[in-house]
Design a protein around this ligand. Structure first.
Ligand code: C2E
Ligand code: MG
Ligand code: MG
Ligand code: MG
Length: 291
């Protein structure tokens, strides 16, 4: 109500706008404190090969666990962190923790694929982005081969020419690049062809819409675009067996979603990897005996 008492501010501030501003400020302060106190934790969601049902990779997803307000969802704090610039520090914490965890899983012989880390627009436009990534990889003794970065269409279409340069320097290091939430932004197909990409991620909204023919046609079109550009396709937010069946029919190779697993804590993911390893051993042992 403070703003209301000051001159004619009340003309522009209603209660709900004021409430929103207060909430944003609260979250900004919680994030500043959380960065100091290590309240940002990384969860991992498996990416599964449809045909074999085996794990092929995982996505690192940040969780903000505050002692007083409980877990704050990325949908709430990421947009605010983008605006305040705190996403740069949060993103580095996530990358550092993801590298550390994956290095451990590789050393334990539980994993030898890539971890996908989301990269925000603010991070992508940092002039020293590649140096920052190199430093974090080196610190964790993790070769760049094990890293994939997920970026949105908006991030790369803002300044496509510059984006090509940044993506080339990342790609030259062996880092894989994925377009996240593909189809929800506006990508120019002409540019899509020029980007050194590896993967298109089909947004959950399209997967949810596959119960009707037009929806299925949309996913079919996205898979075709990916095939024509020789890109890998990952469908996000797969929750049901019938969605999985349609995606297999449409030649989508990889899926991520609650059907296989929700995002897991590092400890839970370790168990998931151990389970996967025993399934894999059972599937390959008979063949090995023949050889
Ligand atoms: P995203 O990168 O598209 O990540 C996929 C989101 O879909 C995750 O939400 C995941 O938990 C959710 N998801 C996966 N499978 C299913 C499913 O079967 N059903 C449903 N209902 N949801 C599913 P989450 O973890 O809440 O993250 C939301 C968004 O926040 C992410 O979308 C990403 O844009 C952003 N984000 C998360 N972690 C980071 C991060 O470390 N850095 C940055 N810059 N952004 C992040
Ligand atoms: Mg993502
Ligand atoms: Mg996504
Ligand atoms: Mg999404």
């Amino acid at each position: 109500y403070h703003a209301k008492q000051k001159g004619n501010h009340y003309l522009f501030f209603n209660d709900s706008m004021n409430e929103q501003a207060v909430k944003r400020l609260q979250i900004e302060n919680l994030m500043r404190f959380g960065l100091k106190e290590d309240h940002f934790v990384v969860y991992y969601q498996p990416k599964m090969d449809i045909k074999s049902g085996l794990l092929v990779g995982m996505e690192a997803l940040v969780r903000f666990i505050t002692p007083k307000k409980g877990i704050i969802s990325p949908g709430v704090f990421i947009p605010i962190a983008e605006e305040t610039g705190q996403i740069i520090d949060i993103g580095e914490v996530v990358l550092d923790k993801a590298c550390k965890d994956v290095k451990r899983w590789i050393d334990q012989d539980l994993f030898d694929g890539r971890v996908a880390v989301n990269l925000s627009a603010k991070q992508f436009s940092l002039p020293d982005l590649t140096t920052r990534i190199d430093i974090i990889l080196q610190k964790n003794h993790l070769p760049s081969y094990f890293l994939e970065l997920e970026i949105t269409e908006g991030t790369v279409m803002d300044d496509p020419q510059e984006a090509i340069n940044v993506m080339r320097s990342l790609s030259a290091r062996g880092i894989h690049l994925a377009i996240d939430d593909f189809g929800t932004g506006y990508s120019s197909l002409a540019y899509l062809k020029q980007f050194p990409l590896n993967t298109l991620k089909v947004d959950k909204a399209f997967v949810d819409d596959m119960h009707n023919e037009r929806g299925r046609n949309m996913v079919d079109s996205i898979v075709t675009i990916a095939q024509n550009l020789e890109l890998h396709v990952v469908a996000e937010g797969v929750e049901k067996a019938d969605q999985l069946a349609i995606l297999e029919e449409l030649n989508c190779q990889t899926v991520q979603g609650y059907y296989y697993s929700k995002p897991l804590s590092a400890e839970e993911f370790t168990e998931f990897l151990k389970q996967q390893k025993s399934v894999k051993n059972k599937q390959t042992t008979p063949n090995l005996k023949v050889v």
